[in-house]
Ligand binder design. Structure first.
Ligand code: HEC
Length: 156
C-alpha cells in the first residue's frame, strides 16, 4: 500500500542503497493468524467481522463534479489511482496509497474520522463517498475538465 516502503516496486532489481532502509518489517503470518489479529482488532472497535462491503451514497451530478474537483486539486498531487506511477514514486517522498483500493481496505467511518486532520478542506462527506466509488480501473477527468468529462470506471 505504501510505495515508499517498497523500493523494489519502483526500482526492480537495482534498488539504490539510500532507498533500502526498511521502516516496518514484513511479517510472514499464516492466514489463520492474520485472521485472528483482524478479528481481535474488529472486536476491540466493535466493528463488524467479516468486513461488510461499504455502501456509499449515490452522488448527484453536482456533488460528483465538486468532489472530483477536490480530488484533483487537493489529493492527486500525492495520491494515484490504479497502477503505481514509478517515475513519480522515485521523486515524491509523500506519495500516498492507491485511492482505487479504499473501498476494499477501509471502512467509511474510519475514513470520515481520518480525513479532517489529513486533508482539511478536502474532508467533505461527498469526497468520502466518492472515495468508496473509486476502483483500480477508475480514470478521473483531467484537472479543469471536471464539469465536461465524466469519471470513467466507478464502482457499481
Ligand atoms: C501531502 C501529500 C498528501 C495529500 C495532499 C493527501 N494525502 Fe492522503 N495520504 C498521504 C500519505 C503519505 C498517506 C499514507 C499515510 C500512512 O502511511 O499512514 C495517505 C493516506 C490516505 C488515506 C488512507 C489510504 C489507505 O489506503 O490506507 C486516504 C483515504 C487518503 N490519504 C485520502 C486523501 C484525500 C481524499 C486527500 C485529499 C482531500 C488526500 N489524501 C490528500 C499523502 C497525502
Amino acid at each position: 500500500m505504501r510505495p515508499p516502503l517498497h523500493p523494489e516496486w519502483i526500482y526492480g532489481d537495482v534498488v539504490p542503497p539510500s532507498k533500502l532502509a526498511l521502516r516496518m518489517p514484513s511479517y510472514t503470518l499464516l492466514t489463520d493468524d492474520a485472521t485472528a489479529i483482524v478479528r481481535a482488532l474488529a472486536a476491540r472497535d466493535g466493528a463488524t467481522f467479516p468486513f461488510a462491503p461499504p455502501r456509499p451514497a449515490p452522488l448527484s451530478p453536482d456533488e460528483r463534479i465538486l468532489a472530483v474537483t477536490t480530488l484533483n486539486t487537493e489529493c492527486m498531487g500525492c495520491h494515484y489511482i490504479g497502477e503505481l506511477p514509478r517515475e513519480r514514486a522515485k521523486t515524491e517522498e509523500h506519495l500516498g496509497p492507491d485511492l482505487g483500493r479504499v473501498s476494499e481496505r477501509l471502512r467509511p467511518a474510519w475514513v470520515s474520522g481520518f480525513l479532517p486532520e489529513h486533508a482539511h478542506a478536502g474532508a467533505t462527506p461527498a469526497v468520502v463517498d466518492l472515495l468508496f466509488w473509486l476502483r483500480e480501473r477508475t480514470v478521473l477527468p483531467p484537472p479543469g475538465d471536471e464539469a465536461k468529462v465524466p469519471i470513467l470506471g466507478l464502482g457499481d
